[in-house]
Each structure stands twice: as C-alpha cells, then as structure tokens.
Design a protein around this ligand. Structure first.
Ligand SMILES: [Zn+2]
Length: 285
C-alpha cells in the first residue's frame, strides 16, 4: 500500500483552480481527475497539506466512494505577512489563531496544519524564511488542536524552527530542511513522524535545459544531497519517516511525484513496508 502523507490537491493542476471565473463544476471535474490519476498509479491513501481554496474538502467528498483514503486540513494557518498565503489563512496571534481554528473546525478538517517557517532560499543556500510564531504561541495553538481531538502537521525548516515545532507538541514535521543532530534525537525521543519531502528539490535538480527552473538546479542538488544524508542518518537512528512528496509543488506532478518520492526514500535505505506502516499511523492520526 502506497500512502502519500503530503500533497496539495489544490496546486499543480490545470489553471482551473487559480484562474478567475472558476466554477464549482470544473473544480469538481479536476478533483475527479486527480482521484483517477492517483488510483492509476497504485496510490491508496493521501494526506493533503491544504491550500487557500480549501478544495481538499471537495476531493475528500469525491474520494469517499472511490476507495482512495483522503485526509485534509482544508486550509493551513500561517503567520500574517510571512510565507503561506496560497496555502490557507493567516493568524495574527494566539487568540486570533484559536478563533480561526474553531471556525475551521465547523468545516470538519481531519487535522490541523500550521506553517511555522518559510521555505529554503534558492538564492542563499541554507537560509530558511522566518519563524512565524513564538514558542508560547506555537504551543498554545497546538494544544488547542489536541484538546479538540485533532493532530497537528507542522511545516518547519531550520534547526530552530524544527526544534520549536518538536517542543511545542507537533505530531508530524514536514520538510525539515536543515535538520541537525539535536533535532533528530528529539524526534526519536518524542516519536514524532518526519515527512522530509525530498521530491521538490530532487526534481528541480534533474530538470531539463528547457525548464525555467534550470537556474536553480545547482542549489537544489545541494539541498537534495544534504537532506538525503540526514534522512539516511535518521532512518539508521530509528526516527519515524513517512513518504510525503509535496505533489502540486513545482515539478512534482500529481501521481508521479509520489512514485518519485518513494524512489528517493528507498535510495536512502527505507523500505516499502516501513513507509506503509508509518503512513498508516499518520493517516489514522
Ligand atoms: Zn506542502
């Protein structure tokens, strides 16, 4: 059983979902296509990372009778003014975050997604976008989700961001670029699941000369190699690692992206059995 624990069903599709004049009908048709694509590739379960349109809820409804298991946070939360506007709704502080989370819960998300940091810079190797929450804010928001019976997926890069997510009670850490030994140990101790999403940088690193992302090949190769080392180390240490492709991101196509990520993880020494068992745990969260 192949389980992809990090995709964005609202991203990377035809322009249907981002052009003005989109209709409910063509959105539904796009989601029906996605279900078909994933099933054709032999992928049985997906966990969405959310997007501003909140279309995950439509895909979840469609997938009900299809045999594809689908979990969605609907929309992610990010700090006002920082990275994440295309992934969900912003929060200004703890109080605002809790109020918006309560409102979101009426739409029945399967879990909560928080974007704690930015992404890794293409221009300055190793630099991640700012951390959006204080430790206190992050803990309070995660606690509130837990008290409401929902687990929390946290997008975090850089040692400081990852450590804050871990010590605030995150259930899974997404991306985790720049992860260091302290974070790996803390992850193992807390039994948190790491979803390293190797595919975005790996796929940019190997893109063709005709691709506009070509200018980022070198830096992407560097991120990929570094991350691969850490995934190997984490796996040898006994950290829980899940497959998450970030499909919908640039050069990570729905369906194929999952198989790409699977290949990258197998190269790091993971096994399909192990990925399935951790994936099941994540999906059942
Ligand atoms: Zn993502």
């Amino acid at each position: 059983m192949i389980i992809d624990c990090h995709i964005h069903c609202g991203l990377g599709n035809s322009e249907l979902l981002t052009e003005s004049g989109i209709t409910y009908k063509n959105t539904v048709e796009t989601m029906i296509q996605l279900v078909k694509i994933y099933k054709q590739k032999g992928i049985q379960a997906l966990r969405d990372g959310g997007d501003v349109s909140g279309v995950g809820i439509i895909l979840r409804a469609i997938s009900k009778d299809s045999g594809l298991i689908y979990r969605t946070p609907i929309r992610a939360f990010y700090k006002k003014g920082l990275y994440g506007d295309f992934l969900g709704e912003h929060l200004e502080n703890t109080k605002d975050g809790i109020r918006k989370m309560d409102a979101l819960m009426k739409e029945t998300p399967d879990f909560i997604k928080i974007i704690l940091t930015g992404i890794m810079s293409f221009n300055e190797y190793g630099v991640s976008g700012a951390i959006g929450l204080s430790q206190g804010e992050c803990t309070a928001i995660i606690d509130h989700a837990h008290q409401s019976g929902l687990s929390v997926m946290v997008h975090a890069n850089s040692p400081k961001g990852i450590m804050m997510a871990l010590t605030s009670g995150a259930d899974t850490i997404e991306h985790g670029y720049g992860i260091d030994d302290d974070c790996l140990h803390a992850m193992r101790e807390s039994n948190v699941v790491w979803v390293p999403t190797l595919a975005p940088f790996a796929n940019i690193a190997k893109c063709s000369d005709e691709n506009p992302m070509k200018k980022y090949r070198k830096v992407s190769e560097r991120y990929f190699r570094q991350h691969q080392q850490q995934v190997k180390k984490a796996n040898a240490m006994g950290v829980n690692i899940a497959l998450g492709s970030d499909s919908g991101a640039t050069l990570v196509a729905h369906g194929q992206g999952t198989l790409d990520e699977l290949g990258y993880l197998l190269d790091c020494g993971l096994t399909e059995e192990k990925l399935e068992s951790i994936g099941k745990r994540v999906i059942d969260f």
